[in-house]
Design a protein around this ligand. Structure first.
Ligand SMILES: [Zn+2]
Ligand SMILES: [Zn+2]
Length: 302
């Protein structure tokens, strides 16, 4: 589907127009344009890179592999850190995120799937469903294992706090650098624009690509009864989440690439944290899945 087709659909459909105009995510896109007015500095680029890497990791390893799939174990403090940092990506809290994601795995590309490009369309699966207020509440029956922790309920309920904290920290760093190292050419506002707004928009779209692109474009290794695909480019941008057909075949694995050449930075970062003793019991694909991968004949490869 071409970008023009997606855009014309988005603007033609009145529901979609209303969704965009009423959503905070829409205004985040407008505010991100502020990066062009606060100027360029290498300090701002570093802030963008750091907030991108840290939050993509918190979403992929934390919200997805840990909170949604329980693919590894950790202590209560690091669990809270992943919840807090992931929520600073302004995609609501871990309970909301995990509940919707578990629903997606139960009904992948069936009528009930809330973000299927097969059932609806690419625009809907990418961003339409997040703009839609119908999906704003938490499906509590799906996340009883998470809601027993009061600190996770707190993060989900006050999900703006991690967001505001990140904006505040970036502003203070920028203003401090401006005062003590004016030669760096940065400022509080510039740091906020690059390190929060622009970075958050990038994190949104790479995360959303897992729901849209990897259910449309890529290859199927396994005959899953959904349209999930393996896509190198999405894997590169999302630190491993693009191996989505592997993942739908065996969602319990903390590793999504199956082989060393299937780029999965989040898994390698988790291996590093395992050495530090922060996470443990990382689940991987069982031998039977590797055997299946070697023998299966895929019927409907893209
Ligand atoms: Zn999927
Ligand atoms: Zn998943």
């Amino acid at each position: 589907m071409s970008l023009r087709k997606i855009l014309s659909h988005a603007l033609k459909d009145e529901d979609n127009r209303l969704l965009m105009a009423s959503s905070p995510i829409f205004f985040m896109h407008i505010l991100a344009l502020g990066a062009f007015f606060t100027g360029f500095s290498w300090a701002a680029v570093i802030a963008l890179a750091v907030t991108y890497v840290v939050r993509v990791f918190a979403l992929t390893a934390g919200f997805h592999r840990y909170f949604s799939h329980r693919a590894f174990k950790t202590g209560r403090i690091f669990q809270f850190v992943m919840a807090w940092v992931g929520t600073s990506a302004a995609q609501l809290g871990p309970m909301w995120w995990a509940a919707n994601h578990r629903h997606h795995h139960q009904y992948s590309d069936k009528a009930e799937d809330i973000h299927s490009p097969v059932v609806k369309d690419a625009f809907w699966s990418h961003i339409g469903w997040v703009l839609c207020r119908a999906y704003g509440s938490i499906q509590h029956d799906r996340i009883k294992d998470l809601s027993k922790y009061p600190e996770l309920r707190f993060v989900d309920r006050f999900h703006v706090l991690p967001v505001i904290s990140l904006i505040g920290v970036l502003y203070v760093i920028g203003a401090g650098l401006n005062a003590y190292y004016p030669g760096l050419g940065t400022s509080g506002m510039q740091m906020v624009m690059w390190g929060f707004f622009l970075s958050t928009i990038l994190v949104y779209h790479v995360t959303f690509c897992v729901n849209s692109v990897t259910h449309i474009v890529g290859t199927k290794r396994f005959n899953t009864d959904d349209e999930s695909r393996n896509n190198f480019w999405v894997a590169l941008l999302t630190f491993g989440e693009g191996w989505h057909n592997n993942h739908h075949r065996w969602p319990l694995s903390a590793r999504q690439g199956m082989y060393w050449w299937e780029f999965d930075l989040s898994y390698w970062m988790l291996k590093g944290l395992e050495k530090l003793g922060l996470v443990w019991d990382l689940k991987v694909y069982p031998k039977s899945i590797y055997e299946e991968a070697a023998t299966v004949e895929v019927k409907d490869a893209a």
